[in-house]
Write a protein of this length. Sequence first.
Length: 152
Amino acid sequence: MSILNKIKEKLNYIMSIDDTPKRLALSFGIGVFIAVSPLWGLHTVLGIGLAVFFNLNKVVTIAGVYVSNPWTFIPIYTFTTWFGIKIMRKDIPSVSIDWKHITFSNFFDSLSVFLWPFVIGSTIIAIISGIISGFIVYYYFKRKRIKLNEDY
């Protein structure tokens, strides 16, 4: 089975989950919020923890969390950091790293100017993304349920 077929199979499984549109939308929206949030590295644990705590659909929450993955996290966090810089009305700083004498400490010292723009930008975009994706999922499943009822 090819990777594309596996992805289609997983998507079909998610689309066939029998749950209320409201609960599915909330689950996915919270997952996407976590995916874009600045709490990098804790996404899966947070997704499962919040899904259990709020009695959300775990599969759909984790599907939302995995919007951020090795192929998407660089564009997501680059955009959210840029957005944070713009919203904080800062100039994009010039970062100079001495690659010949690089250490963990001076690398992070050089990038520390991006910390607050990253945190603020990704938090705002996470909220917006979670809300928008929640509405999209809600209306998708609401429409799907109406169509299913018409077919009977």
